[in-house]
Design a protein around this ligand. Structure first.
Ligand SMILES: Nc1ncnc2c1ncn2[C@@H]1O[C@H](COP(=O)(O)OP(=O)(O)O)[C@@H](O)[C@H]1O
Ligand SMILES: [Mg+2]
Length: 578
């Protein structure tokens, strides 16, 4: 994990090294100052030497300024290193996510990916800055102050050696308890985040089902839970304050008591006692600091793990060594295809499917929801890889193509189609960045999208909201079909893409396909028999298998499922007519 993360420091190595160096510089200055104090008291105040006081005072001001300089440089380089590190992390994660295949994406939910890219990176950024600035500074202070104290007076210094040990034990004990709570809090955070993201993105459904109260209640509970856990964690941290104070004051009392006796016996000077007291405070403060770093590290551990999961995820779909760079034709062949979404699942989603489709054919695919229609067509553009068997396009296994080449020739309108924010023409150009306005108009006409686009005041420049929210379901579907047509593909796949389009328009789109792109192989998944009735052949899917293949007339005669569906849909129509 450390290795994966450290690889992202990249060009910020220098600031990452300079920060602790500057911080140590600051510590050295801070260690010198009490010595000067001692000198002022012992050689200035006690003997009444004003000159010495001025000289030392000036030196102290200079040292303080140098210390300030080191401190500021440490802060500047610390921020540079940590924000740069976070930037690199986000970039690396984002780039890796772009290479993910569909099955990689299935592993993470979208909301979790967003949380990882934002909240988790910020947590790590803060932790990194803290580590750079404090992880060296705190131990350095401990060591330097300890050494100085022993040089000044070994007997007194051993007083706080004991105190440090006592306090150290307490701190470790308390922090271990607190970090358990912190870890739990961060897990709950994740749950709350995904619940928020899911509900906000589905706010229309929430409202449609009048679930606002329920969802609000659920959110309150999750939120209150986190509140309680944070309180428990903080209670533990707060418990450290009185222990810390007690140790500090005990130390001061002991030092003053033993020190006073020593001063009387002439084995210690007042100035030395002063500097010992300052070192004592320094040491105890830095112990606290160390314990805070410890908490910070526990809190960021969960984030680091989640970030590494994204960085380490390897796309399970790679281009072959010598990819085939052109698709010869729109022939498609499924050969004994077995497919599972998870290698471990027992029952395959597609079970031994074989089917040959000739270039230019129109194939209708029908079947109940869950019969694996989408799964079948998604194999053609290699959105998923088969578990065994093969899928060939233009006579070549899809796994041998360059993926970009294949996907440019096999155009899919996904069942869950999405439009992006931007103008209509921007969206159409997703299909082909170099398309002219005429190309766009042509594709829109084929998909019957021109009918409503021409009525819009801004036409093709009309703004599309995120997800296409300002268009109706049927309009969105027609825009998505037009977008898919922009590629002038050899294979066109429509996955239930006219479900929200009225029957007349549906028929018009089909007619346009037949007259305008006769050479393109068309796979059309539909629920309505009328959408596939005129296809060259119709495939009836049932529970991951092909139940029957044939023309409308053949299937009516031979296929029970097809006949049932046809009769129920036509029966419905007759009722309506009567
Ligand atoms: N991304 C996925 N991960 C795991 N299982 C899936 C995924 N997509 C679909 N399935 C499962 O595969 C089966 C077939 O789904 P699908 O091909 O979408 O059917 P259809 O398109 O015919 O409605 C269903 O049982 C569904 O639960
Ligand atoms: Mg489907």
């Amino acid at each position: 994990m450390i290795k994966t993360l450290a690889a992202q420091i990249k060009e910020y190595k220098l600031p990452s090294i300079l920060t602790p160096v500057y911080m140590v510089g600051e510590v050295i200055m801070e260690t010198i100052i009490p010595l000067m104090m001692a000198s002022i008291i012992d050689k200035g105040v006690e003997v009444g030497d004003m000159n010495h006081i001025y000289k030392m005072g000036a030196l102290m001001v200079i040292t303080a300024l140098v210390s300030l300089f080191f401190g500021s440089m440490g802060a500047i380089y610390g921020s540079k290193a940590s924000t740069g590190f976070a930037k690199n992390l986000r970039k690396a994660m984002y780039e890796n996510i772009q290479t993910f295949s569909f099955s990689n994406i299935d592993k993470f939910s979208t909301s979790s990916l967003v949380t990882r890219l934002t909240t988790d990176v910020t947590t790590l950024q803060m932790a990194y800055q803290m580590i750079l600035r404090m992880a060296m500074r705190a131990p350095a202070t401990l060591v330097f102050a300890m050494v100085m104290s022993f040089i000044i007076n070994a007997k007194l210094a051993s007083v706080y050696l004991v105190a440090i040990l006592v306090l150290g034990v307490f701190i470790v004990f308390i922090m271990r308890r607190a970090s358990q709570y912190f870890r739990a809090v961060f897990e709950k955070y994740d749950e709350m985040n995904s619940s928020v993201q899911e509900n906000v993105s589905a706010i229309r459904e929430v409202k449609a089902y009048v679930r606002e109260d329920y969802e609000t209640e659920r959110f309150h509970k999750a939120s209150f839970n986190i509140y309680n856990m944070f309180i428990s964690a903080e209670k533990n941290v707060i418990a450290m304050m009185p222990i810390m104070q007690a140790t500090v004051y005990t130390c001061i009392l002991l030092l003053s008591w033993i020190g006073a006796k020593m001063i009387v016996a002439d084995s210690l000077t007042t100035g030395e006692l002063m500097s010992l007291l300052t070192y004592c405070m320094n040491i105890l403060m830095n112990l606290m600091m160390l314990s805070m770093i410890f908490v910070m590290l526990t809190m960021s551990q969960a984030s680091a793990k989640r970030i590494c999961e994204v960085l380490d995820e390897e796309s399970d779909m790679k281009n072959p060594e010598n990819p085939v760079m052109s698709v010869a034709s729109g022939d498609i062949e499924f050969e004994n295809v077995v497919f599972r979404y998870h290698e471990s699942s027992e029952k395959p989603i597609l079970d031994n499917v074989s089917l040959k489709i000739k270039s230019g054919e129109t194939i209708g695919i029908i079947g109940a929801t869950g019969s694996a229609k989408s799964s079948l067509v998604n194999l053609v553009s290699r959105l998923y890889d088969v578990s065994s068997g093969s899928v060939k396009v233009g006579g070549v296994d899809v796994r041998e193509y360059d993926m970009e080449v294949l996907r440019n020739e096999v155009s899919v309108v996904l069942q869950k189609n999405v439009l992006f924010s931007g103008s209509i023409i921007d969206n159409l150009r997703w299909g082909n960045p170099n398309a002219t306005e005429e190309d766009c108009a042509l594709a829109s006409a084929m998909a019957c999208a021109d009918e409503f686009i021409d009525k819009l005041p801004d036409g093709y420049n009309t703004h599309v909201e995120q997800g296409g929210a300002n268009f109706s379901g049927g309009q969105r579907q027609r825009l998505c079909i037009a977008r898919a047509l922009m590629k002038k593909p050899k294979v066109l796949i429509l996955d239930d893409s006219t479900s929200a389009v009225d029957t007349a328009t549906d028929a018009k789109i089909r007619a346009a396909f037949t007259s305008e792109i006769p050479g393109t192989t068309k796979l059309i998944i539909a629920q309505r028999i009328s959408s596939v009735q005129h296809a060259d052949r119709i495939v009836v899917m049932e529970d991951g298998r092909i139940d029957g293949v044939g023309t409308h007339e053949e299937l009516i005669k031979n296929n029970e499922i097809y006949r049932d569906v046809f009769e129920s849909q036509n029966g419905g129509n007759r009722d309506f007519d009567e």
